[in-house]
Design a binder for this molecule. Structure first.
Ligand code: E4P
Length: 215
């Protein structure tokens, strides 16, 4: 399973990328607004740091608006993936992007049928928002499992990108469910490394090493 970092914070992206486990980046309008910077500058900087798919989100709501914006975003870098909302207009645009060879990530997805439609128009990635479903009392990861079954049944090549990930257990469940990608915040990614028994084990080894004659 590929790991993407879900942020527009370049300091966090640089740090996480240096760990060697980051395969790509997902941004969204909320992340960009937190930087206080011009989107284009942020996007270019992210693309210069990470060699992998970088999702850049369109804002328009009509297919024409999305197409206009998306074509510009696709020019930012060869790794740019145009993020499009999962609506009728959005999917119309995705069909056209697919025909033009522009990579897409269909976002704000909450049902397996929405994901099915996105696959039909050739979406590169589908982003089910797991944590936001959990927030309203649904089991968000069930949607990932349902999408996996549908895509496998019909051999759709759209990659499942588990999103709105809140904690390491979500990452584990996404991997068990067969998600192709899991995108998460810097903090969740950092937590994947942590285990108290690892810390205790290292401390024990270092203490015992002190008792070993050195020469
Ligand atoms: C994914 O691409 C989205 O940017 C992200 O996961 C949104 O989720 P959140 O705002 O609920 O964390």
């Amino acid at each position: 399973m590929k790991l993407f970092i879900d942020t527009a914070d370049v300091a966090q992206i640089k740090e996480a990328y240096s760990w060697g486990i980051v395969d790509g980046v997902t941004t969204n309008p909320t992340h960009v607004s937190k930087t206080g910077r011009k989107p284009i500058e942020v996007y270019k900087e992210i693309c210069s740091i990470v060699d992998g798919p970088i999702s850049l989100e369109t804002i328009g709501l009509t297919a024409d608006e999305i197409l206009k914006e998306g074509r510009e975003l696709a020019k930012v870098h060869k790794n740019a993936v145009v993020k499009v909302v999962n609506t009728r207009e959005g999917l119309k645009a995705v069909k056209q992007f697919t025909a033009e060879g522009i990579k897409t990530n269909v976002t704000v997805t909450f049902s397996p049928l929405q994901a099915f439609l996105a696959a039909k128009v050739g979406a590169g990635y589908i982003s089910p928002f797991v944590g936001r479903l959990d927030n309203i009392g649904h089991i968000g990861m069930d949607v990932v499992r349902q999408i996996r079954t549908i895509y496998d049944n019909y051999d759709y090549k759209t990659q499942i990108l588990a999103a709105a990930i809140r904690h390491p257990l979500h990452v584990l469940e996404a991997a068990m469910a067969g998600a192709d990608v899991c995108t998460m915040s810097f903090d969740v990614m950092k937590m994947l490394y942590d285990h108290p028994l690892t810390d205790i084990g290292i401390e024990m080894f270092l203490n015992d090493w002190k008792k070993v004659p050195k020469s």
